[in-house]
Write a protein of this length. Structure first.
Length: 127
């Protein structure tokens, strides 16, 4: 990924404009976890939807609160974004043009999550 390729990632507004409501996504992620038998690995949809909903929560926190108040939500979103990037890197499941890296620009995988979520949403509505 060349420097500046974060610019190729969609904005949060673009990535999440057709996303289900945050509470619905939280319910889906929680349900997916509850329905999974112990020791069975979670699939890509889980990691993607978890990372995207946590990114959306962090964005709302960043918009509403002072940085030190929003920091825990941002850290949680960064961790989830890294988990998705790690999954995609390991399983070669990236859908967008920007590939996950070990050290993304700005040290954030959140723009990568937005790219992947938008690609996932489009694939669901195109079929």
């Amino acid at each position: 990924m060349a420097s500046g390729s974060h610019a190729a990632c969609p904005s949060p507004e673009t990535a999440y404009s057709n996303a289900p409501r945050i509470l619905r996504e939280i319910a889906w992620v929680t349900g997916a976890t509850a329905d999974k038998a112990f020791g069975v690995p979670m699939g890509r949809a889980f990691w993607l939807r978890k990372a995207a909903v946590l990114d959306r929560v962090a964005l709302a926190e960043e918009e509403t609160y002072a940085p030190e108040v929003a920091a825990p939500a941002v850290e949680t979103a960064e961790e989830a974004a890294g988990q998705l990037a790690d999954f995609d890197h390991t399983h070669y499941t990236t859908r967008g043009p920007i590939k996950p890296l070990l050290n993304p620009p700005g040290r954030s995988y959140r723009p990568y999550v937005r790219q992947e979520y938008l690609a996932w949403l489009k694939s669901r509505t195109d079929s």
